[in-house]
Design a protein around this ligand. Structure first.
Ligand code: BGP
Length: 473
């Protein structure tokens, strides 16, 4: 490691996607419906439909289901060391509660892994990324039911047995801390938010934490080489003013976010969380077996990072969040993306240091990027996107990752979110693009689905080739 290449040897550079946002083929290969198939307008606060409707872009998404080989070849051209993708639970267990898995679904991911292996790309697999089978939502009310633990365990066992010798890095639940904020998308909880008791929501959270720990334990037996990580949505919180009361609300907001990582890393609920439960009159059903299960802790912590927010003790100063899952007050010192997500590269260094200081576990940045509108243009007869804004966002953030590494933080890798354009989780638009690869599809579902490398494609390839040294050139 030199001062110009602050990234350690073997750093896992790559990109990330989720099945429901790229695959399409929503009813092919024996796949059942997932909660995403009935969320035509995105997962935050928008209504679900009764059944899939043609306006839902996720039904076809960007057709990775048929074009995975071509897409993985493009990732390889950028030199990806790793590719984070999720397995659609409803491809493997179409309803979620069957006894036997769907072989056609399993065979699809065999083929994806074959392609990755051909190109020497390390897979990083999310077991559940906002894709609960719809039947589990409708028949069990999702994760409010303890039965989901068993269904999830059965699903995870099938994956570990089938792919455990080929996949080292696994994430149990995407952004597990979004459950309380997006109960249907994140936890398959069908009861409308306004009718849901806090009791039921916290119980659902407990079920997911137990399920995650049980799968961590199972992996030690079924796939001993596997490394299991949790995945949390990270969001640095700053006090809106230096008033100690604001600093206290920052601590409390942090606690609401960090409790998930605390349990995954420390194996038990922290005192501040037990206090919240007591004060809100919530009594969780926690069995002796649950307590034992929770002691099976993760190997590493992974997280998404997009933005920071401010907090205030003064309810008058609070504003409703603008598009992001956790809400928060906009920071007057920062600029925002076209979707109102505030851009804060230094926040990434802060989060890396905070997590490292708190947990002393290797960290993996598995999502980061800029959602922006792109324009396809022709340069020397080649169609492309001149996305200097994306390059500068990513460069600024990666430089801060480098700073954190210099601070002594152990970082395993970085996977840029939506390395190929995909359907947004919060708004279900295609025009909110993150990719290095442009996909010709618009918000009305029109377009050829052709792929075009953007300017950022070559830029990222050079970052990877030089292991980060080109960032400072
Ligand atoms: C995270 C999700 C991803 C992804 C990303 C960007 O919350 O894990 O699935 O979509 O945010 O958000 P959006 O798609 O809403 O722009």
């Amino acid at each position: 490691m030199t001062e110009t290449t602050m990234f350690p040897e073997g750093f896992l550079w790559g990109g990330a996607t989720a099945a429901n946002q790229v695959e399409g083929g929503y009813a092919e290969g024996g796949k059942g419906l997932s909660v995403q198939d009935v969320l035509p307008h995105g997962g935050i606060g928008s209504p679900r439909s009764r059944r899939p409707t043609p306006e839902n872009l996720k039904l076809e998404a960007v057709d990775f289901y048929h074009r995975y080989a071509e897409d993985i070849a493009l990732f390889a051209r950028m030199g990806f060391k790793t590719y984070r993708f999720s397995i659609a639970w409803s491809r493997i267990f179409p309803r979620g509660d069957e006894a036997e898995p769907n072989e056609e679904g399993l065979a699809f991911y065999d083929r994806v892994l074959d392609e990755l292996e051909r190109h020497g790309i390390e897979p990083l697999v999310t077991i559940s990324h906002y894709e609960t089978p719809l039947h589990l939502a409708e028949a069990y009310d999702g994760w409010t039911s303890r039965e989901l633990i068993g269904f999830y365990e059965r699903y995870a066992r099938v994956l570990l047995e089938r792919y455990g010798s080929r996949v080292t890095y696994w994430l149990t639940f995407n952004e597990i801390n979004s459950l309380l904020h997006a109960p249907f998308m994140s936890g398959g909880i069908d009861t409308p938010r306004e009718e849901l008791s806090e009791q039921a929501l916290y119980q659902a959270m407990h079920h997911e934490l137990v399920a995650s720990a049980r799968v961590t334990r199972m992996a030690r037996e079924v796939a001993p080489a596997a490394r299991i990580g949790c995945m949390v949505l990270s969001m640095p919180v700053y006090p809106l003013t230096p008033d100690p009361a604001d600093a206290l609300s920052v601590m409390q907001a942090d606690h609401r976010n960090l409790v998930y990582g605390d349990v995954h890393v420390r194996g038990r609920y922290p005192g501040y969380f037990l206090r919240t439960l007591r004060e809100e009159g919530i009594e969780l059903e926690i069995t002796e077996q649950d307590r034992e299960d929770l002691t099976h802790t993760v190997d590493f912590v992974s997280f998404s990072y997009y933005m920071s927010v401010c907090e205030s003790a003064d309810p008058e100063r609070r504003e409703p969040g603008r598009g992001n899952i956790l809400g928060g007050i906009p920071n007057p010192a920062l600029e925002a993306s076209e979707w109102g997500w505030q851009i804060d590269p230094v926040g990434l260094r802060l989060v890396l240091n905070q997590f490292w200081d708190r947990w002393q576990k290797p960290l993996f940045i598995v999502e980061n990027g800029l959602g922006a509108k792109d324009e396809l243009v022709e340069v020397d007869g080649v169609r492309t996107v001149l996305d200097d804004y994306r390059i500068s966002y990513l460069r600024d953030h990666l430089l801060q990752v480098g700073e954190a590494i210099r601070d002594g933080v152990e970082v395993l890798g970085y996977t840029a979110w939506g390395c190929i354009d995909l359907v947004s989780a919060s708004t279900a638009q295609l025009s909110k693009r993150y990719g290095f690869i442009y996909v010709d599809r618009d918000d009305d579902g029109g377009g050829t689905l052709e792929r075009y490398p953007k300017k950022s494609f070559d830029w990222y390839a050079e970052v990877i080739r030089t292991n980060g040294a080109s960032l400072t050139e």
